[in-house]
Write a protein that binds this ligand. Structure first.
Ligand SMILES: Nc1ncnc2c1ncn2[C@@H]1O[C@H](COP(=O)(O)OP(=O)(O)OP(=O)(O)O)[C@@H](O)[C@H]1O
Ligand SMILES: [Mg+2]
Length: 278
């Protein structure tokens, strides 16, 4: 587990050093095509089929959420898309290019707080661009922009330990976005937050998504969160990890808290709940 944590914290470092990690800004798209993906964890004694036959296309600028029982392989799938884990079968393509490792065109946000404690909020946000050799002046402009997006301008010079959990996750999102990724990969980013903060974060994320035009692949345990945020909800099952069903979310594009009361929201919530019980 510790190894995974370290890997996550250093995602940008790997991404910046990878081949073809030029800024993704030009002609930004972000279509992910997962085809026939399988993953087997094998040791001398055991062979565990974590994922099998995963086919999933996420359109450029789409917001897709994956839900499923604990241990069904959600994180494994996301880590493969991020390039942090190898697949055993099939392929993952981003705008036609096969994913073979971490890349700056994919930004990651994890559940655990992965900010560098020795860097200020602004320095954390500028970390990726700095690795890529972006000039000080330009870095400043990037961090100022994203500090505004996450509404933490007053905390530019604060250190992570001075922030609340929600604020830390806002910085983590800004840090991922500072690399101008085509795709944002989020593994239960709000899982550790209290209910009220979670709602605020969801609204902020939707704002960011509309403004920055990234593709988002989001994992959560929370069915309501999945429906509220996404345009499509994909349900996974376990043993082996596979896709059970995908649902289009037929709700107004403008998500206000009121959509949670709409019949379409409630019936989808029921349907997902029933599917996840099995
Ligand atoms: N490095 C590994 N070696 C062996 N098995 C692993 C490894 N990593 C994950 N697994 C197994 O693969 C399965 C899927 O794990 P994964 O973390 O992807 O599940 P998850 O759906 O994200 O669960 P959760 O909702 O609890 O986060 C689990 O059964 C887990 O034990
Ligand atoms: Mg997980």
């Amino acid at each position: 587990m510790e190894a995974a944590k370290k890997q996550e914290a250093l995602y940008e470092e790997k991404a910046a050093g990878s081949i073809g990690s030029a800024p993704a800004e030009a002609g930004r798209q972000g279509e992910i095509v997962i085809a026939g993906l399988g993953k087997v964890y094998a040791s001398k004694k055991n062979r565990f089929e974590a994922l099998a036959g995963i086919d999933l296309t996420i359109g450029a600028n789409e917001f897709v959420t994956i839900v499923g029982p604990s241990g069904c392989g959600k994180s494994t799938l996301l880590r493969i898309v991020a390039g942090l884990d190898d697949l055993t079968e099939g392929s993952v393509r981003l705008d036609g290019d096969e994913v073979v490792g971490p890349g700056a065109e994919r930004g990651m946000v994890f559940q655990g707080y992965t900010l560098f404690p020795w860097l200020t909020v602004r320095e954390n946000i500028e970390y990726g661009p700095k690795l890529k050799g972006v000039s000080t002046l330009e870095r400043r402009a990037i961090s100022s922009h994203f500090l505004k997006v996450i509404r933490l301008e007053q905390f530019a010079n604060a250190y992570p330990k001075q922030l609340s959990g929600g604020m830390k996750q806002r910085v983590a999102i800004a840090r991922a976005l500072a690399n101008r990724p085509k795709v944002l990969l989020m593994d239960e980013p709000f899982g550790a937050l209290d209910a009220q903060t979670k709602l605020e974060m969801q609204e902020m994320l939707l704002e960011v998504w509309e403004k920055e035009k990234t593709t988002v692949l989001f994992i959560t345990h929370d069915i309501e969160e999945a429906i509220f945020l996404s345009r499509r909800v994909v349900v996974m099952g376990a043993n082996p990890g596979r896709i059970l069903k995908a649902f289009d979310v037929k709700l107004p594009a403008q998500r206000t808290q009121e959509v949670r009361e709409l019949p379409a929201f409630l019936s989808l919530k029921r349907e997902l709940g029933a599917l996840l019980k099995h």
